[in-house]
Unconditional design. Sequence first.
Length: 41
Amino acid sequence: MALNMFGLDLQIDHEKCTRCGICVRACPVGVLTLVENNDEK
Ligand code: SF4
């Protein structure tokens, strides 16, 4: 997944993301969410 926030191109590395939710809570405009992905194998 790629995001553009504050003029920065951001890429989530799903191998490293621990789904801690800190980025969701830190976003000042609430654009991020964490959702279950049942497609993961
Ligand atoms: S802050 Fe947590 S949920 Fe957000 S990208 Fe980093 S590891 Fe994943």
